[in-house]
Design a protein around this ligand. Structure first.
Ligand code: G3P
Ligand code: MG
Length: 243
């Protein structure tokens, strides 16, 4: 159930260097020696788990509108590279299965954040679980996270043995009850809300505290001094060099 987690997690791959959540970004993170990588997973209209952060494709691609209203084939026809840099023109939104294939030969931990469009928690969690079940050999490298407790609960019923993390922005007062209720092993929060007491309280219950998004090495060091277990960063190379 538990999983060794390196201290530096590449956020959406190495999204400071390459278009977020693309195979180029994940390959870049691997090339930089990143031992843990986070990606966001959602679902296409035809039920395929796709790697994408936003509900709409507008910010990161040349397309428009909600991703869940598009087929996987249409989604993969979009250019997900040029908005980051022309040199990545033609980079696609990957299927989750393509990411699993890419990491299968690498000694890396993959955090799959289930990103749900409100109302689509069940098809999204099901698509992620279905893809993972068809990639049995990578399952020991995976942990799941979500801001949607409903998605975490649905996923738990499908794959109860995979470790799970609850993502919040600020820390809820009843974090301990919620962690237990949703059977999570770690808590992810925005870095400004970290305190030494929180880290200690989580560790006393054998939970981990992972914090987003930290691109400054001095800030990362201060967070580790407070007891943070891991940080998400767009520049894993910067933090790996400094720490
Ligand atoms: O779990 C950490 C982080 O991925 C949450 O924020 O919006 O980048 O997915 P976001
Ligand atoms: Mg994420």
């Amino acid at each position: 159930m538990s999983l060794y987690l390196p201290k530096i997690i590449g956020h959406r791959g190495a999204s400071g260097h390459a278009p977020e959540n693309t195979l180029a970004s994940i390959q870049c993170a691997l090339d930089l020696g990143t031992q843990a990588i986070e990606i966001d997973a959602t679902v296409s209209q035809d039920g395929i788990a796709m790697v994408m952060h936003d509900f709409n494709v507008d910010r990161t691609t040349d397309g428009h509108g909600p991703l869940i209203l598009k087929s996987a084939a249409d989604i993969q026809g979009l250019d997900a590279g040029s908005t980051f840099d022309e040199k990545f023109k033609g980079e696609r939104i990957p299927k989750l299965s393509e990411v699993l294939d890419l990491i299968s030969a690498h000694d890396v931990v993959l955090n799959i954040e289930i990103k749900t469009t409100l109302g689509w928690e069940e098809p999204t969690a099901r698509a992620v679980a279905k893809t993972l079940k068809s990639h049995e050999t990578v399952q020991d490298k995976i942990f799941i996270s979500s801001m949607s407790m409903l998605a975490l609960d649905i996923f738990h019923d499908l794959m109860p043995d995979l470790p799970k993390s609850m993502i919040v922005y600020a820390i809820p007062e009843n974090w301990s009850d919620r962690m237990m209720q949703h059977r999570c092993q770690s808590l992810h929060c925005y870095h400004e809300f970290v305190t030494a007491d929180l880290a200690q309280g989580l560790h006393e219950k054998d939970y981990h505290l992972n914090v987003y998004t930290v691109n400054d090495a001095t800030q990362a060091k201060a967070l580790f001094d407070l007891g943070v277990d891991a940080v998400f960063t767009d520049y894993p190379d910067k933090l790996l060099a400094a720490l």
